[in-house]
Design a protein around this ligand. Structure first.
Ligand code: FES
Length: 306
């Protein structure tokens, strides 16, 4: 079994390098070759090690009987009596013992209330191609849409941002007026667009910025814009250190370097914050050049198929 465990571990590594995540998505029952082979080989490795150790302990280890004296760990009898009396008194006061209908429906409600939603939630484990995941890759941002201040919705003049400032922003479409002509948003759609469109805008010395290849024209004179949603599990990032240009996510301390395409320098996030390409319009206000060019927020394997 130990030999088998080693073989499985080697197969795990072979599968890791053979099947890339996101590829061969429908190779094995729509679950993805990578997922299935990694799960099976690692699972068998652990199972074989565990089973072998049990077998070793039962069949091969010495079976001498040992005696160790110890003192009773129980509380004194009077404490135990007092605890039982307090519990019984609470039970009597609740009246549950005398009211079988209440008791039974309570247990039923807990069972159904917790059980049924879990069953329905299993639907979300369906293979990605049975759900419309293309929605995850898009936000409400569009070419020419102004960047506005969060909460108040006022557009932002590039000239009024100082070096070192950080502004929490939102898409202009979240604040529709007759003048800007964006349609009113309601309900879940409004919440989704608001959450996915959240941005931070910072200004730094243009010489401090190391743009990624192809992103040289995504900034305006040191003003740079990123998604505010952490790429770990989607908390809003907020803690900015202006001297280092680092921004920290308060949930699990992922830290991103905004001067260097928001790459991760610490923490569990696995990819940089998506950057929003920006420009200025003829009145000097900041506008988006396009939507984000990659999905914002928590990462998911299928995004590489988009
Ligand atoms: S959500 Fe940001 S570090 Fe976990």
């Amino acid at each position: 079994m130990f030999i088998g465990a080693m073989v499985m571990a080697v197969l795990f590594v072979v599968s890791y390098f053979t099947f890339s995540v996101g590829d061969s998505w429908d190779t094995i029952g729509g679950l993805g070759a990578s997922t299935v082979t990694l799960g099976v080989t690692l699972g068998l490795t652990l199972l074989l090690i565990g089973t072998a150790i049990i077998h070793l302990a039962r069949k091969l280890m010495a079976d001498a009987e040992m005696v160790e004296m110890r003192h009773p760990a129980a509380s004194p009898q009077e404490d135990r009596d007092a605890t039982v009396a307090a519990l019984n008194a609470g039970l009597d006061e609740s009246g549950i013992g005398r009211r079988p209908l209440v008791r039974n429906t309570m247990f039923g409600a807990i069972g159904v209330g917790l059980g049924l939603p879990s069953v329905v939630l299993l639907r979300d484990l369906a293979p990605g191609d049975q759900l419309d995941i293309s929605k995850l890759a898009k936000t409400i941002w569009a070419p020419g849409m102004r960047l506005v201040r969060d909460v108040v919705g006022t557009p932002i003049l590039a000239s009024e941002i100082e070096v070192g400032d950080l502004i929490n922003g939102a898409p202009e479409a979240m604040f529709p007026t007759e003048e800007n002509g964006y349609p009113e948003l309601h309900g879940a759609q409004e919440q989704i667009d608001k959450a996915k469109g959240a941005i931070i805008i910072v200004r730094m010395d243009p010489d401090d910025i190391t743009p990624l290849k192809g992103r040289e024209k995504w900034t305006v004179d040191g003003i740079i814009c990123y998604s505010k949603i952490c790429t770990h599990v989607g908390c809003p990032i907020s803690l900015y250190e202006r001297t280092t240009h680092h921004v920290l996510c308060p949930c699990h301390q992922s830290t991103f370097d905004l001067a260097d395409h928001a790459k991760v320098i610490f923490g569990p996030a696995a990819r940089p914050l998506p950057q929003l390409p920006i420009a200025v319009d003829e009145e000097g206000y900041l506008v988006a050049q396009s939507d984000f060019t990659e999905p914002i927020g928590a990462s998911y394997w299928e995004r590489e198929k988009q």
